[in-house]
Ligand binder design. Sequence first.
Ligand code: C5P
Ligand code: MG
Length: 233
Amino acid sequence: MLRRIRSLSTLISSAKPSLLNQVTYGLHFLEAFSTEALKPAEAGILSKARTPTVNFVLGGPGVGKGTQCTRIAETYGFTHLSVGDLLRKEISSSSEYGEMILETITKGKIVSSEVTVKLLKRTIESSETDRFLIDGFPRSEENRVAYERIIGIEPEVVLFFDCDEEEMLKRVLHRNQGRVDDNINTTMERLKVFEAYTLPVIRYYTGKGKLHKINAIGTEDEIFERVRPIFST
Ligand code: C5P
Ligand code: MG
């Protein structure tokens, strides 16, 4: 079970040709969008008085993204949008996508970008604030490309909380939040999905010079101290 355990960060620099299939899939999926949906200039978000500031927060399951985001949001005045939480709210609000979202989360897979990005866009547009910390997104190259086409606000900072898989698994199995996906089988799948689909996004933002990797081993306070310099400047 733990044979896959190793530091995820060591995988970032290794290119994976098989992932190109996923990217290709994502691009095919994007062709399905209407021309109207592909014109960000007409989108509600960009008609706001000011273009919102967006930062992304990435990391594997149980790494502590949510906990750190709450602190960053409180300290530096951001609205924390956890995409996992937005999706879970869709399930409980009996939206038309609720059943599909529940099934996808239960399997540890990634929800279709069309659904996720529309949900994110709606949430940003209806928010009174204009500084966002988007947690758990983009989770795949498909998520990222859809975001760029539909929302298109360039993130200022991309945080990556890094931790070994053994520790992430331990944290998920001990957190007792009653989540359908916090069991061993789904979490092993989420770790695989993270490595296959999210690491390419991390590599992409590394290449753009936007990625800030944070060692996520330590106490909540210690980890937050590592984050501070990024937002204090
Ligand atoms: O970030 P969090 O661990 O709360 O996400 C829980 C689940 O929500 C993920 O395992 C995935 O099934 C779904 N999700 C998604 N796309 C995202 C964020 C979360 O499909 N961008
Ligand atoms: Mg979370």
